[in-house]
Write a protein that binds this ligand. Structure first.
Ligand code: AMP
Ligand code: ZN
Length: 114
């Protein structure tokens, strides 16, 4: 999708520190990390928000979760723990309109979120 920064990262038009890739998803380090470890897992297909997820595209959420768990294992924080977050629309705090799963780790994260 034109003018989508995450589609541009998938296309290789914008650089990113890629940490994992398979046929369905791409994962890279967040530009503005909110924890010592902060990775974004995105589908290669453009889907603007969670509200736009079709039944046909639903398996990509499983692929994103599995990628997050694999990244956690590979980077050594699976056992101590981590958080996955998907923000949706204004009140959810979404700023990039291509769905993404935040993977946050490396410190004890507070709850509830702000
Ligand atoms: P959200 O606010 O949930 O939409 O999250 C968007 C995230 O994308 C933020 O944490 C940003 O720091 C991150 N971000 C924006 N542009 C880039 C980029 N070019 N490369 C890596 N992360 C980015
Ligand atoms: Zn996109």
């Amino acid at each position: 999708m034109a003018d989508c920064i995450f589609c541009k990262i998938v296309a290789g038009e914008i650089p990113a520190k890629v940490v994992f890739e398979d046929e369905a998803v791409l994962a890279f380090e967040d530009l503005n990390p909110q924890a010592p470890e902060h990775v974004l897992v995105i589908p290669k297909k453009h889907i603007a928000t969670l509200n736009d997820l079709s039944a046909e595209d639903a398996p990509v959420i499983g692929a994103m979760s599995r990628a997050a768990a694999r990244i956690a294992h590979d980077r050594g924080f699976a056992e101590i723990g981590y958080r996955t977050v998907m923000n949706c629309n204004e009140h959810g705090g979404q700023t990039v309109y291509h769905i993404h799963m935040h993977v946050l780790a490396g410190r004890a994260l507070s709850w509830p979120p702000g």
